[in-house]
Design a protein around this ligand. Structure first.
Ligand SMILES: NC(=O)c1ccc[n+]([C@@H]2O[C@H](COP(=O)([O-])OP(=O)(O)OC[C@H]3O[C@@H](n4cnc5c(N)ncnc54)[C@H](OP(=O)(O)O)[C@@H]3O)[C@@H](O)[C@H]2O)c1
Length: 372
């Protein structure tokens, strides 16, 4: 997973918040009750969006991390220094004692034992524990419309595991269990799809971002049946805070659009957001198959509807949508993502068609000309 660093210098202080130009405008009203919020991590990728969403609502935010990543982000917030591993440095000692929080927000994606330890330590002093998880816990996507009751990978034996070699899906599921088993209805698990948006983007998205931002012709699959789902980073933050304010417990699939969106809309959105500089060259499926161009591996995010696991982009997010999950439009998410590329160095692509191969295919398709 590629992670861009936050380059912004955010001045924050709840009601006295002053926004630097690169941060979103405040668009929400302050909450009726001010919550004391502890963000475990909070300085990279999704974490700052959690902190930001809490600040937007006027809550009091404390960050807990080692102080290594983006140390200048949120300079006005209280930052407790420590380590998720009890045996490293001061460990979790900054969280010991009698201090209590209304809400703990946790995004940990490594050893589930770390989530277990912090969840245990804070169980009697935290009103709600929200854990950011992933639809990866579902393990396979043979079926469509997988909801929160769908089977997951088995990770019951891994809840306290500190083994760094446990697979991602098992790690995330074990961490979910660590929270849900201890907190019951006070525990909230947010299973995200591929995360896009403001200073966030999965590696699969980088491929299309760099293609459309290049201004060169872009090869896309000419497939009207392929669809897409995602989760906007800012929307995760807002729902996490909403869940605490309205006491929503249990598991939620946080999927941005209520219905999967045709992948062609995604390409059109990128085209529009980047000023229609690139020309879209559509390649029929048979053309791609004949030349060994693979969906997903070569053309990122593209899953044809005859894929053996078509359910990946057909996850059921009804529960979250029915309980106040407010999500922004695809265009806004893409505009946010595109903006990120103007403030951070371009990532190196590790997957997808090489530029050279793409040009060869475009040349062959268009006979050297261009088509719109
Ligand atoms: N990418 C996707 O498409 C996708 C999809 C679904 C879900 N997700 C989920 O999104 C989340 C992303 O994680 P994230 O937003 O937190 O980003 P991250 O890049 O994992 O950030 C790690 C945070 O934890 C802190 N940290 C790291 N090691 C630490 C340690 N040993 N002790 C204490 N703090 C430590 C870091 O600060 P310091 O370095 O200063 O300590 C930083 O604030 C994950 O839960 C992932 O599973 C991602």
């Amino acid at each position: 997973m590629h992670r861009r660093r936050f380059l912004h210098n955010v001045a924050a202080g709840a009601a006295l918040l002053r926004l630097p130009p690169s941060w979103p405008e405040l668009t929400v009203d302050p909450a009726a009750r001010r919550l004391r919020v502890l963000v475990l991590g909070g300085s990279n990728y999704v974490g700052p969006h959690l902190a930001w969403a809490a600040l937007e609502r006027g809550h009091e935010v404390t960050l807990f991390n080692r102080g290594f990543t983006n140390p200048d982000l949120f300079p006005h917030l209280e930052r407790l220094k420590g380590n998720r591993f009890a045996g490293r440095g001061v460990g979790l000692s900054a969280l010991a004692g009698s201090r209590s929080w209304d809400l703990v927000l946790d995004t940990w994606h490594s050893e589930p034992g770390c989530v277990h330890e912090s969840a245990e330590l804070l169980a009697d002093r935290a009103e709600r524990y929200v854990y950011v998880s992933s639809i990866a816990v579902l393990g396979s996507y043979l079926q469509s419309a997988l909801d929160e009751h769908a089977p997951t990978v088995d990770a019951a034996a891994l809840v306290t595991s500190m083994d760094p070699d446990v697979g991602y899906a098992q790690r995330k599921r074990a961490a979910e269990l660590a929270v849900l088993d201890r907190y019951g209805g006070r525990g909230t698990v947010l299973r995200c799809h591929t995360v896009y948006g403001y200073d966030a983007g999965a590696v699969q998205l980088d491929y299309w971002a760099l293609r459309f931002l290049s201004g060169e012709p872009v090869l896309v699959p000419d497939d009207a049946t392929a669809v897409l789902q995602w989760t906007d980073a800012r929307d995760i933050g807002r729902f996490a805070v909403h869940a605490a304010e309205t006491e929503l417990g249990g598991i939620f699939h946080l999927i941005n659009p209520a219905q999967p969106v045709p992948i062609q809309e995604f390409f059109t959105a990128w085209h529009d957001v980047t000023g229609r500089r690139s020309q879209i060259v559509r390649a029929p499926r048979a053309f791609l198959d004949d030349r060994g161009v693979r969906p997903w591996d070569d053309l990122r995010l593209y899953i044809p509807d005859d894929d053996p696991e078509p359910g990946f982009f057909r996850i059921d997010g009804t529960r979250a949508h029915g309980t106040g999950f407010a999500f922004r439009s695809l265009r806004e998410t893409i505009a946010d993502t595109a903006r990120t590329f103007t403030i951070a160095p371009a990532p190196e692509l590790t997957a997808g068609l090489s530029r050279r191969r793409e040009f060869e295919l475009i040349w062959e398709l268009t006979g050297g000309g261009r088509e719109g």
